[in-house]
Design a protein around this ligand. Sequence first.
Ligand code: PNS
Length: 164
Amino acid sequence: MTHAVCPGSFDPPTLGHLDIIARAARLFDTVTVAVLVNPNKTGLFDTAERLELLRTTTAGWANVSVDSFHGLLVDYCRRRHISAIVKGLRAVSDFDYELQMAQMNSGLADVDTLFIPTSPEHSFLSSSLVKQVASYGGDVSALLPPEVNAALRRKLPTPLPERP
Ligand code: PNS
């Protein structure tokens, strides 16, 4: 059985994340989407909310499950007997840091990283940009699963109307 992990912050999950998860689910027998619990960084959504959003939006894929982890990703991989990390690459600018992490992770443990290029329509998409645009009242509904868009709208205060 091949088992891969799609790790991330997922604050919140976007259509870009789901595209990578779906493609990983076609390549591996089992895929675990693992949300990093970072006690030093408070996000917009807490861990329980991120897990719930991921569970809802990945419910259609029988071989995908959702979990959280803290500490080193390689330790989580060891505990769960996971031998592959799957990451999406949006652009060349992602590559430097992703390569460093991949090499560090494979040095720390026997875990390989596979990069999947994101679909071109998601190459500019990030959770932080989505939050920023939404916080100013921009429409991000085309970039998010409907459940995530609704949750984001509930989180953010209604933007003030523009001054004339
Ligand atoms: O969605 P993100 O924030 O880009 O995900 C980054 C993540 C969670 C994959 C990365 O920060 C990570 O693996 N953190 C766990 C701590 C760890 O293992 N650090 C060493 C990486 S070489």
